[in-house]
Design a protein around this ligand. Sequence first.
Ligand code: URA
Length: 259
Amino acid sequence: MSDIRDIGWEERIEGHAFPMRLQKYLARAGVASRRGSESLITAGRVEVNGIVVTELGSKVDPLEDEVAVDGVVVVWGSSHVVLALNKPSGIITTMKDYRGRRCVADIMPCDEYPGLYPIGRLDKDTTGLLLFTTDGELGNGLLHPSHHVTKVYHATVTGIMTEAEAQQLREGILLEDGMTAPAEISVISKSRNRCVVELAIHEGRKHQVKRMCKAVGHPVEHLDRVSFGPIETGSLKQGVWRKLDDEETAALYRAAGLA
Ligand code: URA
């Protein structure tokens, strides 16, 4: 690590990457978001030239210094990936669970793609599409409320939702944390005492779909996410992941407001 901590240059000028803060370097390299990178540093998981660095102000020169996370060397300038998982039920959306519960990291190729992290969360019992990326900027862009990225869910609910109840959800409904934004709602199948409701929402509040359906008298029995922005689960089997192709990846970047 250079002894250039106090030098203010942080940008690439005429092709040379000047020293930058370690957390910025990790975020730029796609290891994690800026905040996630800070946590990696303070947790002692980051080494610079073989020495563990826990100080957030530390600077590195991307062209000179070797940075490793959990012993895996970060490749500066390596291209980012986006992976899609059809999440099974019973798995929690975290990359590490200190209580030893099954988590998405048990399924995903974390060693192959250092810094991979889930874009948002699905509840433990929710199935369906969960995207992962190594690009902190993409993750933040897709989750930012201003980008209105649509998520489509199929909720199997108790009872038959009436048109009036669906209309309440379409217009927005008052939950403990405020009104929900307008949503697209349709009942797509019915049996004697339950139905499947398709909900297209662009907010991402905790347990939002379950709370919305419960608020109109229909507890969710099962929840499945079928799409996230331009990406659909399609024929991907539960418990299986795949890498998005260039076209899908480009569409996601556009949805996140990134060129
Ligand atoms: N809404 C929920 O209630 N749960 C999820 O897992 C996702 C959206």
